[in-house]
Design a protein around this ligand. Structure first.
Ligand SMILES: [Zn+2]
Length: 171
């Protein structure tokens, strides 16, 4: 049986212990499956830490800027990052609309976390410019896709009352 030495643990293993790779000349990954999994887990753990919040925020910038409709109505990357940290410090790292604490860890299905911060345009037609950007959780921003700020707030308020999470003060 053909074997290969893992680039990470340097153990000689059967070729089936290496994932296939279309990019590699020999058609296999350089790291064995065990080492690959360990590296993925370590990468997820790093994403959980706030140290990677900056990276996440820059990724969000690149995604927004890559959309043709935003390319002329978006601030500089420096302004984008500065505005994020200003709001992050102001809210103590929480979504100002829902109170959810920002979290970058992938959810159980591996999809990105709805608790991650996402930049919302307060007035959608104005673009991502300073004064029109509010950082909120992905949860909240998804609801904002079809609804106004007031409609989402009202929805959350009605839901909380309906579920008995808060009592109606009655006015
Ligand atoms: Zn290995």
């Amino acid at each position: 049986m053909s074997t290969q030495i893992c680039r990470s643990c340097e153990i000689k293993k059967p070729i089936t212990e290496f994932d296939r790779s279309s990019a590699a000349a020999d058609g296999r990954q350089g790291n064995c499956k065990v080492c690959s999994r360990n590296k993925r887990n370590a990468s997820n753990a790093r994403m959980r830490s706030n140290g990677d919040m900056g990276r996440h925020v820059r990724q969000r910038y690149n995604t927004a800027k890559s959309r043709p409709k935003h390319k002329d109505t978006i601030c500089s990357e420096e302004e984008w990052v500065a505005e994020f940290w200003r709001q992050y410090n102001e809210t103590g790292g929480r979504c100002p609309k829902t109170g959810i604490k920002y979290d970058l860890a992938n959810n159980s299905s591996g999809a990105s976390n709805p608790r991650a911060p996402s930049c919302d345009q307060i007035i959608p037609s104005m673009g991502y410019v300073v004064g029109n950007m509010q950082w909120v959780s992905v949860f909240y921003n998804r609801m904002k896709m079809d609804l106004s700020d007031a409609e989402v707030s009202n929805f959350m308020y009605q839901s909380a009352i309906h579920n008995g999470w808060v009592s109606h003060t009655g006015e």
